[in-house]
Design a protein around this ligand. Structure first.
Ligand code: WQD
Length: 337
């Protein structure tokens, strides 16, 4: 399996995965609608690898363009990152999310089917576990959606399971990411959120670089060791290598397989702040604020299945994540702009 289409390949996780694919000599084509990311991220990957990356600005809702692309290529498989992922925006604009994420994925699968391309790695999310009442979460933990974004990920998982039931020539890996953070050690690529960051780590790095004044800690009355929310933060490079292992797994014709991609360790908000301050020698001003609606108290992964079936274990720790996130931010105070 050498020729891979990467949808959403200019994004945070996509660009890091493209880098790892090129290092393993895959022949890749990247498409993205550039709604939430910049072409510059791929130019940085080209700089890091010396490779020339074939890129097409294609929206998955534009089926004729997608069809032409498959006609011009002989893809062995697809890694599908393309999708909107802002929880708050999904609550305000559910139809945008259902159309973009679900219809886009159905279009992709229909074009794949027509061209007999039946190897797919899908970018799912721990959000399909809803508001879990216990952790660690295994791949058999209860599934639910607590917002339209999460509903799109859950619905796409069901669509792909039905697709496999209907045609068992498909090989599909559903990868449930926990909290991706950090950046490639070069600082050339990293997380470049549009507007004010929703997520903790980019908010911290923007406070540290002086773009934002102070971090708000959403709630310190959770039943955790320090009262703040616990998550499973995973380095984006670990996440990228997890995709390559999943791609390798599909060569065994496993049918549909599901994996949590996390570290198996939980860190609280204050743990992250302290780790960042120690790793980078920078004080992060913060103030306690009310809980954010919809937030779970504790959410972290059981990662035994990916370890045993993919031979994949996250290698980077929280200090690495904080160091690399800061390195990216200092080298790119305004992201890719
Ligand atoms: C982490 C912790 C917050 C910001 C989200 C999506 C999920 C996935 C990853 C796509 C929580 C606290 C945060 C801040 C804070 N995305 N926090 N102050 O909510 O676990 O997951 O991103 O798949 O689908 O839901 O990540 O980084 O927003 O929050 O105190 O300014 O940091 O309360 O405890 P989350 P997050």
């Amino acid at each position: 399996m050498k020729s891979i289409l990467v949808t959403g390949g200019t994004g945070f996780i996509g660009s890091h995965t493209v880098l790892e694919l090129l290092k393993k000599n895959y022949r890749i084509v990247v498409i993205d609608n550039l709604r939430n990311s910049k072409r510059e991220s791929l130019k940085r990957v080209e700089k890091l690898t010396g490779a020339k990356i074939e890129f097409h600005q294609i929206d998955l809702l534009d089926k004729p363009d997608l069809f032409d692309l498959f006609n011009q290529n002989n893809f062995d498989g697809v890694i599908h990152f393309a999708g909107l992922k802002a929880v708050g925006e999904s609550v305000e604009k559910p139809l945008l999310y259902y159309s973009n994420n679900i219809s886009g994925t159905v279009n992709l699968c229909e074009v794949m089917l027509h061209h007999n391309v039946k190897n797919l790695v899908f970018s799912s999310s721990a959000t399909v576990y809803g508001n879990p009442d216990q952790s660690p979460l295994t791949e058999n933990s209860a599934l639910s959606a607590v917002n339209p974004y999460g509903q799109t990920k859950l619905t796409i998982e069901y669509i792909l399971k039905d697709l496999y039931r209907a045609d068992q020539n498909w090989n599909i890996a559903l990868l449930r990411y926990f909290n991706p953070v950090g950046a490639h050690k070069s600082g050339e690529i990293g997380e470049d959120p549009t507007g004010i960051p929703n997520n903790l780590m980019p908010y911290i790095t923007q406070v540290a670089v002086g773009k934002l004044a102070k971090l708000q800690v959403f709630g310190n009355d959770y039943e955790t060791h320090d009262g703040t929310g616990i998550r499973d933060y995973i380095h984006v490079v670990d996440l990228a290598t997890g995709h390559l292992r999943a791609l390798e797994k599909l060569k065994e014709n496993p049918g549909i397989v599901i994996y949590n991609l996390g570290t198996g360790k939980g860190s609280s908000v204050l743990d992250v702040i302290h780790a960042f301050e120690i790793a980078n020698g920078i004080k992060i001003p913060y103030k306690l604020a009310p809980r954010r609606p919809g937030d779970a108290a504790v959410c972290y992964a059981d990662v035994k299945k990916a370890a045993s079936e993919l031979g994949w274990v996250a290698e980077y720790n929280l200090k690495d994540m904080c160091r690399d996130a800061w390195n990216w931010q200092t080298k790119n105070p305004s992201g890719f702009n």
